[in-house]
Design a protein around this ligand. Structure first.
Ligand SMILES: [Zn+2]
Length: 340
């Protein structure tokens, strides 16, 4: 028998995400089977958006207003087991708990901690002595673990224990962790500053791959939907070239880090501001040209072979000017058609 959530999963087309039909299919399949997943993809591809979309699929629920968000019919936390608690209605964002992965994140931050003074007073395994970490609030909801590969191996091991054995170890104490949640992690394959995830850790997940939009029209739609509109005209041909320029950089052999969709959105917004500052109601080639270095330079990384010959700012300026020349970009601004 499929429950309400499963039925929502089957029905959804994750409308907040454009394109990405394979990712959507794989994610739906993993969610139906209640598998833990890690979405692998470059920054700005929409990993957070799609995870939030999953939270929106969860049925509205009445849960206890405790640190564990217990189901009133089946409380798991010591507090709810001993006394009756106030309830609250939860939906969407309330069921979405976000954890930012970083090397500094400790098991205590995530799982909780024991207050030594209270432990002496009430006993080390008492409810009073235990301050539950963030992970408990994901009970009956979604634990969104952004950049899970940035976490220390120690934290990976703690997570492994929680997800697999449903146990939490804090200091020398071990607690049962009866919490039930959907784990959605993310990982950026281009990120080098990270720990590699151990095989044992990876073994409990399904990996779902997300990429830059396949078609330029999809990316232009994303830009127009998620970018700020400042009330000036952006000729459609110019926007096409702007987005295409960013997309060509993704295949650039001199780069080892590529600009994502946020770069396209950045150029879209900053070109409009530049037009306004110029006193114009319409974006021109110059407005985009002026935005390129500030929006793109830090989003790319040059390969060592070119790194010593030029800087990212000079590199991007030159690339853009060449692109503009080849595509006769300065003549595109007068063509008919506004990007709405
Ligand atoms: Zn509770």
């Amino acid at each position: 028998m499929l429950d309400e959530f499963s039925n929502q999963v089957i029905k959804t087309d994750f409308s907040k995400i454009y394109g990405q039909s394979e990712l959507k299919h794989d994610l739906k399949s993993a969610l139906l089977a209640r598998r833990h997943v890690i979405i692998v993809g470059p920054p700005g591809a929409g990993k957070t958006t799609i995870a939030k979309n999953v939270a929106d699929l969860m049925p509205k629920r009445v849960l206890n207003d405790c640190n564990f968000h217990c189901d009133p019919k089946n409380p798991v936390c010591p507090e709810c087991k001993t006394k009756s608690m106030e309830t609250k209605e939860f939906e969407g964002d309330d069921l979405f708990i976000r954890v930012q992965g970083s090397p500094d994140l400790t098991a205590e931050d995530l799982l909780g901690d024991i207050d030594p003074i209270k432990a002496l007073k009430y006993g080390p395994l008492s409810v009073e002595a235990f301050t539950p970490g963030k992970i408990f609030r994901a009970n009956n909801g979604i634990l969104f673990f952004d950049e899970v590969n940035r976490c220390s191996e120690k934290l990976q091991n703690a997570m492994l224990q929680v997800l697999q054995e449903k146990k939490v170890t804090i200091g020398s104490y071990e607690f049962d962790f009866d919490a039930d949640f959907i784990f959605i992690g993310t990982m950026n394959p281009e990120d080098e500053s990270t720990e590699t995830l151990s095989h044992v850790f990876l073994d409990i997940f399904d990996l779902i791959y997300m990429n830059y939009p396949k078609k330029i029209t999809t990316e232009m739609n994303i830009v127009k939907t998620y970018g700020n509109k400042l009330g000036v005209e952006f000729p459609v041909k110019l926007l096409h070239h702007t987005v295409e320029f960013v997309r060509e950089l993704r295949d650039d052999k001199d780069l080892e880090k590529h600009p994502g969709v946020r770069a396209s959105i950045g150029l879209y917004e900053r070109a409009q501001s530049n037009a306004i500052l110029r006193g114009s109601e319409k974006v021109s080639y110059e407005d985009i040209h002026k935005a390129v270095q500030s929006v793109i330079s830090h989003r790319i990384k040059l390969k060592p072979s070119v790194k010593y010959l030029t800087s990212p700012t000079d590199y991007i300026k030159e690339k853009f000017e060449t692109y503009a020349k080849v595509n006769d970009m300065s003549n595109s601004e007068n063509e008919e058609g506004d990007a709405p």
